[in-house]
Design a protein around this ligand. Structure first.
Ligand SMILES: NC(=O)c1ccc[n+]([C@@H]2O[C@H](COP(=O)([O-])OP(=O)(O)OC[C@H]3O[C@@H](n4cnc5c(N)ncnc54)[C@H](O)[C@@H]3O)[C@@H](O)[C@H]2O)c1
Length: 273
């Protein structure tokens, strides 16, 4: 398989480690990085992941990435990178697993990405990420009449660097506090680095403006807890997932990386599940 990654941060490096552990060997690996990161990342790739692929390449734009003829591209860089690179990759006919799903809360960008996938006959693949049950939600969504309520709870340190810092005394918090209630679109706008789960639920189910979101800081939470309740005319269910944060980034649940690995395995394996 010829694989390309956009971004080389926590998710990308953990993913490559998992691929090495599961003996998933690549014909070619391309990594798209920022100009100033090229040398450092090239040497990190050579040092830690040389055995993973027959050949490795570091590039800084979508044209160079496409020239390496990837069979699948995984975006794991952030909202800016989605807007800058993903539409042209899709328009060129290459499918993209998009991890920064919160970027689709920008209605104009969502429209452009959908149009680009159609134009290029490519697929924009949205992994379930940190959460599960997306298969059932997306199936029920077709019938309409959905009510989806999501609560995201993380330890106070995971909310550092977000507006929660100005609403709560995060380091001194003694009990769980809800600091945000609103729609998935508002959550994605105000907490872009934490709103991927809300965005995934919104896209699979009732949409950004009809998915209710509550965000909580809890000093007793050992990891990231995602809970949601679905009511539809066809079924009702609720899910609670307690995820461990990934080693490199407290905001990212480690299951996210496994869900991206699942998309890659489904892309190349004889059976997709
Ligand atoms: N879908 C989900 O459930 C889910 C869960 C967790 C994280 N995420 C999202 O995944 C993305 C990556 O997360 P992470 O933990 O690996 O973050 P990270 O900050 O560790 O890594 C991102 C990397 O991308 C690089 N980057 C930024 N802009 C770039 C650009 N334009 N071109 C190339 N590289 C660029 C950064 O320098 C950094 O090295 C984030 O957008 C995050 O919000 C999604």
């Amino acid at each position: 398989m010829r694989l390309a990654l956009i971004g080389f941060g926590n998710i990308a490096t953990t993913l490559l480690g998992l691929m090495a552990d599961t003996k998933l060997h690549l014909e070619h690996l391309t990594v798209l990085v920022l100009e100033e990161q090229v040398e450092e990342i090239r040497s990190r790739l050579d040092r830690s992941f040389a055995g993973l692929a027959d050949s490795l390449e570091v590039v800084t734009d979508a044209t160079a990435l496409l020239a390496t003829r990837p069979g699948l591209v995984v975006e794991c860089a952030g909202h800016g990178a989605v807007a800058a690179h993903v539409p042209s990759v899709l328009r060129a006919g290459t499918s993209v697993v998009l991890v920064s799903i919160g970027a689709l809360a920008d209605a104009a960008l969502e429209k452009d990405l959908r149009a680009a996938a159609r134009d290029g006959s490519a697929r924009l693949i949205l992994p379930s990420g940190a959460i599960g049950g997306i298969d059932l939600l997306a199936a029920l969504g077709v019938a309409g009449g959905l009510s989806v309520r999501y609560r995201g709870t993380k330890p106070p340190r995971a909310w550092l660097g977000t507006p929660a810092e100005t609403l709560l005394d995060l380091p001194g918090l003694q009990e769980p506090k809800t600091f945000f209630t609103g729609t998935a679109r508002e959550a994605a706008r105000d907490y872009p680095k934490n709103a991927n789960v809300a965005a995934t639920l919104a896209l699979a189910g009732a949409g950004f403006d009809a998915t209710a979101v509550e965000l909580v800081a809890d000093p007793a939470a050992s990891g990231n807890i995602h809970e949601y309740r679905v009511a539809s005319p066809l079924a009702r269910y609720s899910i609670r997932i307690e995820n461990q944060p990934s080693a490199g980034n407290a905001k990212t649940s480690v299951t996210t990386v496994y869900s991206v690995l699942r998309e890659i395995r489904n892309h190349i394996g004889p059976v997709a599940i």
